[in-house]
Every structure is written in structure tokens, then in C-alpha cells.
Design a protein around this ligand. Structure first.
Ligand code: G
Ligand code: G
Ligand code: MN
Ligand code: NA
Length: 248
């Protein structure tokens, strides 16, 4: 049958899981954050990455439910790790549907500090001037939920939005990290993003760090946080909690 029906059945069968990828603070070497990443545990096909089904989930209106499930699983992990912070990806359509605007209230009800949560949005969303979008973003910020720009540098980059919204983190897209040690342009872009972010009072997370050479260059450039296979892969809940207990 078609993908849409399979997704609906997978939701009922509880086959969607949030995995967690550690994010390391360069100054301390400690795991202080993580990113929640959706996975579909298919009984026959194994683990399916979100790139293959998010677009369909959005089209059939299932992204709100799936996103809320990722959020609930994130809350469960935060109850074991209230000193950490987990960032959750929100796709533009999910954001515009308004399904996530109650998240700050839910943190409060679970007695978790709002700063336990960060939301990852893309640059394009910040060009959307509809009241629901603007008010949801302001609501996150006023509650103390932090906001990250994901895939920074690959979107519309109309940087005027940086004046309008309080953005806490820029995540340098992994396409720039890949060539960091071999391509002067990638290196210049990464260094420029870090310098600009710091001047504007934002912090920087480098994504997709895979080699020690990339890590060293990011340290030299003054990057704040790193995430990537060199440090840790996305881990299922139990493996992530075990990783934390071992001191990251
Ligand atoms: O884990 P992977 O590299 O396959 O993720 C691919 C894309 O899916 C990334 O761009 C990521 O932002 C997105 N993604 C991962 N988890 C979620 C989620 O819970 N919700 C939404 N909307 N997107 C997600
Ligand atoms: O678009 P977004 O940044 O949310 O996507 C994050 C995705 O990148 C996740 O699906 C994760 O599995 C993947 N990822 C995380 N670390 C690395 C890495 O070091 N290398 C590569 N190629 N992908 C990574
Ligand atoms: Mn992301
Ligand atoms: Na990204």
C-alpha cells in the first residue's frame, strides 16, 4: 500500500522513536546538549531516517503528531538529565500548523526549566511574517526556550531576521564543515559565521564534525559547540543515557 497509509499505521504501532546525538562544549569537553533526531523503526526494513518520510508526513498532516511524539520522548530524557538541553527540529509546515506552540507550557507542567529545550528552525521560516509564526517564536523566547538556526548558510540568508528575533545559536551546516580542512572557502565561511555570531551575542554549533583536523580548526576559530560522528552518533534513548552516565 502507499507510504501515507504505512506512516499512519506506523504511528499507531508506535514505530517512531527519537534518538539523541550528543553535542559537546569545546571549552569543557563535556556533553552539555543533544539533538533529538527522529527514526522510524520498521519491523522489516529496519531503521529509516526522516529524510525519507518527513515530506510525506507533512503532506498528509501527520507531522504535528509525529513532532509531539518526539517532544514527549525528549521530555522523558530531560527528566533524567535536567541539567542538559535537548534541541528538537521543527519543520516549517509543522511550525505553521501551530502544533508546537504549547511546548513551553508543557515543560512548566513537567517542572522542567524552559532552558532544557531548544528548537531548531530553518532560515526560511524567519521570513514568514504571519502572526502565528512570529508569536510562537516570541512565545518560545519569552518562556526561556532557546532558538537555533539549523543548516545556517544554506538558506535564504536574509540576515535582517537576526535583528528582529532573538536567536541563541547558529548551527553551521555540515556542508561547510566537510571541506574545513581542505577547502579555503569553506574555512573562510565557517570562520566568518563564528565571528559574526559572537559579535551579535549568539553561540555557534558546528554540525557533521567527522575528523580531528576539523575539530582542531573549529577550536582555533573559537567555535562553542561541536556535533558529529567523530564525537558520537545519534543514539537510542537507553544508549544515550548510558553515554551520559559514562561521562560522555
Ligand atoms: O537524522 P537525519 O540526518 O536523517 O535527518 C534528516 C533531516 O530530518 C534533518 O534535516 C533533520 O533536521 C530532520 N529531522 C530529524 N528529526 C526531526 C524531527 O523530529 N522533526 C522534524 N520536523 N525534522 C526532523
Ligand atoms: O538538518 P539537520 O542538521 O537537523 O540534520 C542532522 C542530521 O545529520 C542527522 O540526521 C544526523 O544523523 C546527521 N549527522 C550527524 N552527525 C553527522 C556527521 O558527522 N556526518 C554526517 N554525514 N551526518 C551527520
Ligand atoms: Mn537539526
Ligand atoms: Na543541519
Amino acid at each position: 500500500q502507499d507510504v501515507a497509509n504505512r506512516l499512519r499505521r506506523a504511528l499507531v504501532a508506535q514505530q517512531f522513536e527519537a534518538w539523541f546525538q550528543p553535542i559537546i562544549e569545546l571549552a569543557s569537553g563535556r556533553v552539555v546538549k543533544a539533538e533529538a533526531l527522529l527514526r522510524w523503526q520498521h519491523p522489516e526494513l529496519g531503521t529509516i531516517a526522516p529524510g525519507d518520510f518527513i515530506a510525506v508526513a507533512e503532506e498528509i498532516g501527520l507531522i504535528g503528531d509525529i513532532g509531539n511524539l518526539v517532544f514527549q520522548q525528549t521530555l522523558d530524557v530531560l527528566e533524567h538529565w535536567p541539567t542538559g538541553q535537548i534541541s528538537v527540529n521543527i519543520s516549517p509546515r509543522q511550525f505553521i500548523s501551530g502544533d508546537c506552540r504549547h511546548w513551553p507550557q508543557e515543560l512548566l507542567e513537567r517542572q522542567l526549566p524552559a532552558s532544557c529545550l531548544a528548537v531548531e528552525i530553518t532560515e526560511g521560516l524567519l521570513l514568514d511574517e504571519r502572526p502565528l509564526v512570529v508569536n510562537t517564536l516570541l512565545g518560545f523566547h519569552q518562556a526561556g526556550v532557546e532558538v537555533s538556526i539549523d543548516d545556517f548558510g544554506t538558506g535564504y540568508s536574509a540576515m535582517s531576521y537576526l535583528k528582529k528575533f532573538n536567536i541563541d545559536y547558529l548551527k553551521i551546516d555540515r556542508s561547510f564543515i566537510q571541506g574545513l580542512a581542505t577547502d579555503n572557502t569553506d574555512r573562510a565561511i565557517a570562520e566568518a559565521i563564528i565571528a559574526m555570531a559572537h559579535k551579535l551575542g549568539m553561540r555557534v554549533i558546528a554540525e557533521g564534525v567527522e575528523t580531528p583536523a576539523q575539530l582542531e580548526l573549529l577550536r582555533e576559530a573559537g567555535c562553542d559547540y561541536v556535533q558529529g560522528y567523530l564525537l558520537a552518533r545519534p543514539l537510542p534513548r537507553e544508549a544515550f543515557l548510558a553515554f551520559l552516565r559514562q561521562g560522555g
